[in-house]
Design a protein around this ligand. Structure first.
Ligand code: SAM
Ligand code: SF4
Length: 335
């Protein structure tokens, strides 16, 4: 098992498949100038599948989420999903995507064994979408979501980040739209993971703000803590049900004590937390020829991963005055 000194057990693995993206969301990437990871540093499809196999068969991982950057940009994605679906025990598999290209790939991903998708969409207004993401692709995202629903990649969850002065008035509209289209909406508080290091706590839209705004139009009833489990979204039943809305309040109501995650970057580094400033290199072990004493065996890799988990910190440190934003932006960590 992947266990840390606080007794938390990681069963949920986030795998970043690329640091590249076809959008440039302001809270994640700069408009230009971000250095991409070098091709030889990226894990190959075989290496990714091997690490997932080790995680599933030796380390107790039961859930795998593919992310990025934009994971649909990875050419081998369908093959990776297919090979992971054949693992014993078979992990639950989902994908976090901006939805562009999903129209084309949703059916193939479902056939390969993907269980569901999370699609990110922050606004219903094409002009605001263009400002937020610096690209004019709103329609592609909506079409991608509909294709995912039709392909049975359900429930389709929608991730929305609200930004002051841009889309912070849209929470009720987004919820009405999600209910109508049978999508499960979750708002994510903006976190200090932008490439520009421009995040300010004072200006951010908090979970409290979001709930207050939603309550102007909907009756929200809090779901019990039991239903929440270790899921980071606190959920509310909308107008008596059956639809729900979630809020992931990583900044104002952190859930670190119940965290069950471990993360793998596209260049083969294990991160124990989104906000970790240290990483553990699995790629070196994977590619080791034995000369440095690491034999590159499954057992060695599992041992290094367990050691990394053992060093997991109690919390994100966001509230600590000495908090340091990680040097990698969200797009290169894997959100
Ligand atoms: N490109 C895919 C997408 O946008 O869904 C997957 C990667 S993206 C980094 C994963 C999620 O992180 C998205 O839902 C995005 O909105 C969210 N995200 C990115 N930067 C964030 C930030 N600074 N604070 C909160 N959420 C952020
Ligand atoms: Fe790309 Fe996702 Fe980051 Fe937006 S949030 S820039 S879609 S990786």
């Amino acid at each position: 098992m992947l266990i840390d000194t606080f007794g938390r057990v990681a069963t949920d693995l986030r795998v970043s498949l690329t640091d590249r993206c076809n959008l440039r969301c302001t809270y994640c990437m700069p408009e230009e100038g971000l250095q991409w990871l070098a091709k030889p540093d990226l894990l190959t499809d075989d290496e990714i599948v091997r690490l997932i196999r080790i995680a599933v068969t030796q380390l107790g991982i039961t859930e795998v989420r593919f992310t990025g950057g934009e994971p649909l940009l990875r050419p081998g994605l369908v093959g990776i999903v297919e090979r992971c679906a054949a693992l014993e025990p078979r992990p639950q598999m989902s994908l976090t995507t901006n939805g562009i290209g999903l129209k084309r790939t949703a059916q193939a991903l479902k056939a390969a064994g993907l269980d569901r998708v999370n699609v990110s969409l922050d606004t219903l207004r094409p002009d605001v979408f263009k400002t937020l993401t610096r690209r004019d692709r709103h329609r592609d995202v909506l079409e991608g979501m509909a294709a995912a629903r039709e392909a049975g990649l359900t429930p389709v969850k929608v991730n929305s980040v609200l930004m002051p002065g841009l889309n912070d008035d849209e929470a009720p509209d987004l919820l009405a739209w999600a209910v109508e289209n049978d999508y499960e909406l979750r708002f994510i508080e903006q976190m200090p993971l932008d490439a520009q290091h421009g995040w300010k706590r004072d200006g951010m839209i908090t979970a409290g703000d979001i709930l207050q705004s939603l309550r102007t139009r909907f009756t929200l009833t809090e779901e019990g803590q039991e239903e929440r489990g270790s899921a980071p979204a606190e959920r509310w039943i909308v107008d008596g049900g059956p639809h729900t809305v979630g809020v992931i309040a990583s900044v104002t109501r952190p859930f670190c004590a119940a965290c069950d995650r471990t993360r793998l970057t596209a260049d083969g580094q294990v991160r124990t937390c989104l906000f970790a400033t240290e990483e553990t290199d699995l790629r070196a072990a994977l590619r080791s020829d034995g000369e440095d004493g690491e034999d590159g065996s499954d057992e060695t890799i599992a041992r290094i991963w367990k050691q990394a988990m053992w060093g997991k910190k109690a919390g994100s440190g966001l509230d600590d005055p000495s908090f340091l934003q990680p040097s990698r932006p969200m797009s290169a960590i894997g959100g």
